[in-house]
Design a protein around this ligand. Structure first.
Ligand SMILES: *[C@@H]1O[C@H](CO)[C@@H](O)[C@H](O)[C@H]1NC(C)=O
Ligand SMILES: *[C@@H]1O[C@H](CO)[C@@H](O)[C@H](O)[C@H]1NC(C)=O
Ligand SMILES: *[C@@H]1O[C@H](CO)[C@@H](O)[C@H](O)[C@H]1NC(C)=O
Ligand SMILES: *[C@@H]1O[C@H](CO)[C@@H](O)[C@H](O)[C@H]1NC(C)=O
Ligand SMILES: *[C@@H]1O[C@H](CO)[C@@H](O)[C@H](O)[C@H]1NC(C)=O
Length: 242
């Protein structure tokens, strides 16, 4: 018998061992393509974004998108779990939500903007599914939409993200009274940050009980009136910032 097969076998064992030490799956093709589509849609080639992270988002088919900056995968499934966009300069201020649908297992989306002379996003849309769009992301737990230029027009979209536990809307352009029922389907919501917007009128104490799991509510830096009368009126909210 020749010895070559033995060497081959040995090599295979070494490879298996290395694979296990490495211990994670690489990203799936569908999600890699979707990230590149997002990149094209959102980010013009600017020095700022390139310096920050875009260089790792390449269309080299050998590149594992789980290793890209601002992307986290589930190590076992290789599916994307978190994306943080690092929004600086936008080509399109309206976000096409269909572009997010390939990320079926995503739990956290950070669409917050760096501010600093940048207006960020101003609206959301989905020309096929409309307001129901975010219902597709059934594992979504956290969304950070801080420091953009969103107004009240995004509430109907957000209300479809019924798995959400934490929602940051700090530093946008929401105004008028805060109508809790517009987010009334978010039954799992535990933290809601509406600080630094332009809400006014009275704080809807009664209506807030619809969000039965809400523990933290941040309403600071708005134009709400009647803040003095609120002591002790919130039974279920542990941390109220006004
Ligand atoms: C991506 O791949 C295509 C075809 O392989 C190529 O034409 C293009 O220049 C590549 N780079 C980018 C950034 O799209
Ligand atoms: C939004 O994204 C979807 C999915 O990529 C695409 O089919 C649709 O044409 C896009 N709509 C616009 C207006 O860009
Ligand atoms: C949300 O985004 C803002 C602005 O980038 C950032 O300051 C904040 O830390 C983020 N919050 C979380 C919980 O990631
Ligand atoms: C809210 O934002 C959307 C999207 O940018 C815009 O079309 C709409 O006019 C804005 N509404 C108000 C009242 O400013
Ligand atoms: C709330 O602000 C809007 C403009 O954003 C204004 O038209 C309205 O009169 C204000 N309401 C109260 C109660 O201050």
């Amino acid at each position: 018998m020749e010895r070559k097969p033995f060497v081959g076998q040995y090599l295979i064992w070494v490879l298996i061992l290395l694979g296990q030490l490495h211990g994670h799956k690489s990203c799936i093709e569908k999600e890699r393509k979707a990230l590149l589509e997002l990149k094209t849609y959102l980010i013009p080639v600017t020095i700022a974004w390139e310096q920050d992270s875009a260089l790792t988002w390449t269309n080299d088919t050998k590149s594992d998108c789980c290793q890209w900056k601002r992307v986290e995968c589930n190590r076992k499934s290789g599916r994307i779990r978190e994306i943080s966009f690092g929004v600086r300069y936008l080509k399109n201020p309206l976000l096409n939500l269909s572009l997010l649908h390939p990320f079926e297992e995503v739990q956290s989306l950070d669409l917050s903007s760096f501010g600093f002379g940048n207006m960020g996003f101003s609206g959301l849309f989905d020309d096929v599914e409309g307001y129901k769009s975010l219902r597709r992301l059934r594992n979504l737990k956290t969304m950070n939409l801080s420091s953009n230029a969103f107004n009240n027009s995004i509430f109907p979209f957000l209300n479809a993200a019924t798995s959400l536990k934490t929602l940051y809307l700090q530093g946008n352009q929401m105004n008028g009274p805060f109508l809790v029922k517009e987010l009334g389907d978010l039954k799992n919501l535990e933290l809601l940050d509406l600080s630094s917007n332009r809400f006014n009128g009275s704080i809807p104490v009664q209506e807030l009980s619809v969000l039965a799991k809400l523990k933290v509510l941040d309403l600071r830096v708005n134009g709400f009136s009647g803040l003095m009368d609120l002591q002790g009126k919130f039974s279920q909210i542990f941390h109220l910032f006004i």
